[in-house]
Ligand binder design. Structure first.
Ligand SMILES: [Zn+2]
Length: 432
């Protein structure tokens, strides 16, 4: 157990750790320093400093939902049998207006009728996280280790001291858990480039099942895909030819899978792990095969930049990160959130411009005509993906079109498909 410091010593260290500076009010600083949590934490002033900044930001956050925050803390307190933490936050929760059913529901969240799906998902997160990260993929572990500057790898810290840090206040652990959940965008951005392709593929498969189910609103199942009925097969062959040429030039670390699906919007979509969906409506709107190739090249840009992976990690939250490490993605509501993110939100303007630049470069490399991407973007208002706003005649779309046109190489162009193949591709969703 960690000893509680005598009150005077706690106050002295509280001031030395510069926590009092942030509090500003000396009387409040003094009473805070006398709380058990600080009397325990201040055994290590450096950790206290880090923890209190974090906890202050969390408790004072205006974007964090306080009820969700309390659910996570209560559930953690209950699971770790921390009487102090639990009792403390029963008070905080009551002041927020939570009733006893909600507060005591953390003992068994699955059975609590007062909880929404989101409530159950966050309380489950505490279980998934459970304060311990086990990284089974050696490459991923090495990549994280190499970037984790604050992790002591030299062994200069005594093992005992490290253990005492691990056993530190539950409050600190809870803060970390909460920040891990709510600070996910920042974490997702950092973790995304480190993901080994194998993990990205697994993540993509889990999300793909959900995304497919969400896109296939009329429950067509296998018939949701175009290109399988006899009259559609030549169209499928033409599409494969087009994608192969792009893929060969892209040299991605993973294989693309491209499906044309029966959706009327002029959209396409790239999932983590290289699954592409091209909507029937896009092929209908395209005036030639190079325009289809242009949009697919743009989607390949999102795959290469792992934009979908980053979005999924943000949408699925921390439980996805844990799922990733434990090799189980399908657990909980995370995969549903993640799939919704992919379908309903749009990438940033920077990510779109980067995908355009990638596409232009790729089309130049393949000897295709990048102007065709600019042409179709202008015609469909720049909304190449679901969730994007259509910005016809909008300066943003005009700027994208101009940037692509400016970067298009002046070279001999060979069309992606000949007239016969293009006619076939147009009929890829013709049906039996
Ligand atoms: Zn895009």
């Amino acid at each position: 157990m960690i000893p509680l410091l005598p009150p005077e010593e706690a106050l002295k260290r509280f001031n030395e750790a510069h926590i009092a500076d942030a509090v500003k009010d000396p009387a409040l600083a003094k009473s805070m320093s006398q709380l058990n949590v600080f009397r325990a934490l201040l055994n290590n002033p450096a950790i206290t400093h880090a923890q209190s900044g974090l906890a202050g930001a969390l408790m004072g956050s205006k974007t964090l939902n306080p009820r969700i925050r309390e659910l996570v803390i209560l559930r953690t307190g209950w699971r770790t049998k921390s009487e102090y933490e639990f009792v403390q936050h029963v008070g905080v929760s009551r002041r927020l207006g939570m009733n006893d059913e909600e507060i005591l529901g953390v003992r068994n969240p699955a059975q609590c009728k007062a909880y929404s799906d989101a409530d159950r998902a966050v309380t489950r997160l505490v279980e998934v996280g459970n304060q311990r990260l086990e990284i089974r993929d050696p490459d991923f572990a090495a990549a994280i280790d190499a970037r984790a500057e604050y992790v002591d790898r030299t062994g200069s810290l005594e093992r005992r001291q490290r253990l005492s840090v691990i056993r530190w206040s539950v409050g600190a652990t809870v803060s970390l858990l909460v920040v891990a959940w709510f600070g996910v965008p920042a974490i997702a951005t950092r973790v995304t480039p480190l993901l080994p392709t194998g993990i990205e593929l697994k993540l993509g498969d889990a999300v793909n099942m959900q995304v497919r189910a969400m896109l296939d609103t009329r429950k067509k199942g296998a018939a949701f895909d175009c290109g399988t009925a006899a009259p559609e097969i030549p169209g499928r062959a033409a599409l494969d030819k087009l994608v192969r040429r792009l893929e060969a030039a892209a040299a991605l670390p993973l294989a693309l899978r491209t499906n044309v699906v029966r959706r009327t919007e002029a959209n396409a979509l790239a999932l983590p792990g290289g699954q592409l969906y091209v909507f029937e409506g896009l092929i209908a709107k395209a005036e030639n095969a190079d325009e289809v190739a242009g949009v697919i090249a743009h989607e390949i840009g999102h795959v290469a930049h792992r934009d979908g992976t980053r979005a999924v990690l943000e949408g699925g939250g921390l439980s996805f990160l844990f799922g990733m490490l434990l090799g189980d993605f399908v657990g909980g509501g995370a995969v549903v959130f993640a799939a919704k993110t992919v379908l309903q939100s749009s990438y940033t303007r920077e990510a779109e411009s980067a995908a355009d630049a990638y596409a232009t470069d790729l089309l130049n490399k393949t000897g295709g005509d990048a102007h065709s991407l600019a042409n179709i973007l202008g015609r469909i208002g720049g909304a190449t993906e679901p969730g994007m706003k259509i910005l016809l005649n909008h300066p943003e779309t005009k700027a994208r079109v101009a940037a692509i046109n400016n970067a298009t190489a002046i070279n001999a162009r060979s069309p992606f498909l000949d007239t016969g193949e293009w006619t076939a591709l147009k009929k890829i969703c013709a049906g039996p």
